[in-house]
Design a protein around this ligand. Structure first.
Ligand code: PEP
Ligand code: MN
Length: 334
């Protein structure tokens, strides 16, 4: 339920109303805009007498929200959320270019790629240390050592690091990571999401292979309802009957999510397509769709990559693409 207050309501009256609503067992999310204050009532609102609330002197209007997501609902937050990662901003007109290998393989590899993507204009470095692999026999990442190598690459380039966490038990290892990625396969690992909600760190939440936008938003809600509002959504392709690409990039998700939520939305054309030569056109399409960023796999030697070589761009290919991405962004901004 949403309660919109009248313009210029005295603070004391506002607090009185909030206290009363809290006594009904609800949590209140307060959004103070320039002109109006909007209260988002979280919890079982069936106990709230809508007519009674609407009749209060300080209340402008009351609406029942049909969507089950509240913390990430655009209706409560008319302004775009800007997620800050050090000096880097994502969302609200700030575009993030995240690039790096699928997996961290060695110091030389991650530092070489980090320097190259930085020179091309990347703003964050990606690299998996804990890898979810379909086969238990495949390379599953360097784990804690991989995180250390990412930190070395960060120290060499200044790029904040984005890396995937799969297990609650590993959370302490991620203390010095800038952005924690929740991969597609863990989008509905609700215990993990709840724990990430207790951290003071941005979370990059990828859409599951077969999940709806509402389910993605409900997963963001798990993180936010536990206290961590800094969530970035990622469209990375879903399973359909399309047979020549790894997944189907659902680009309409970007403008639709922008309508539904104030959270930044980025696009991953690498996992969406699985084919390096298809990545550039879909990256440009992602930028054109209004995404707040892109996450792209780049490897210095894709032929020998331990994971996802087929979809990885070489640094020089990424460099050429980055120039076009920035050009498309200019048009989208105009
Ligand atoms: C990844 O980013 O390397 C990854 C495994 O992504 P996803 O969870 O989207 O498959
Ligand atoms: Mn990958």
């Amino acid at each position: 339920m949403i309660v919109v207050l009248k313009h210029n309501v005295p603070q004391a009256k506002k607090e009185q109303l909030i206290t009363w609503l809290e006594h009904l067992g609800l949590r209140i999310h307060v959004s103070d805009g320039d002109y109006q204050t909007v209260l988002g009532l979280i919890g079982d609102t069936t106990q709230v007498d809508m007519d009674l609330v609407a009749s209060l002197e300080i209340v402008d209007s009351v609406k029942r929200v049909t969507e089950p997501f509240k913390c990430c609902n655009r209706k409560f937050h008319p302004d775009d959320m800007v997620v800050e990662v050090g000096d880097v901003k994502i969302g609200g007109g700030h575009f993030a270019l995240i690039a790096g290998p699928c997996s961290v393989e060695s110091e030389e590899q991650i530092v070489t790629v980090a320097k190259a993507v930085k020179a091309s204009g990347a703003t964050l470095l990606r690299g998996g240390a804990f890898k979810p692999r379909t086969s238990p026999y495949d390379f599953a990442g360097l784990k804690a050592e991989g995180l250390e190598l990412l930190k070395i690459a960060r120290a060499e380039t200044g790029l904040p690091i984005v890396t995937e966490l799969m297990n609650i038990m590993d959370i302490p290892l991620f203390e010095d990571v800038d952005v924690i990625q929740v991969g597609a396969r863990n989008m509905q690992n609700f215990d993990l999401l709840r724990e990430l909600g207790k951290l003071d760190k941005p979370i990059l939440l990828k859409r599951g292979l077969a999940n709806t936008l509402k389910e993605l938003l409900m997963s963001a809600e798990y993180i936010m309802a536990n206290g961590n509002e800094r969530v970035i959504l990622c469209e990375r392709g879903i399973r359909t009957f399309s047979d020549y690409t790894r997944n189907t990039l659902d680009l309409s998700a970007v403008p639709m999510l922008h309508e539904l939520t104030h959270l930044p939305v980025i696009v991953d054309p690498s996992h969406a397509t699985g084919i390096a030569r298809i990545v550039p056109p879909m990256a440009l399409a992602g930028a054109a769709s209004g995404a707040d960023g892109l996450i792209i796999e780049v490897h210095n030697d894709p032929m020998h990559a331990l994971c996802d070589g087929a979809q990885s761009l070489r640094p020089e290919e990424f460099d050429a693409l980055a120039k076009k991405i920035f050009a498309v962004r200019e048009i989208v901004k105009a």
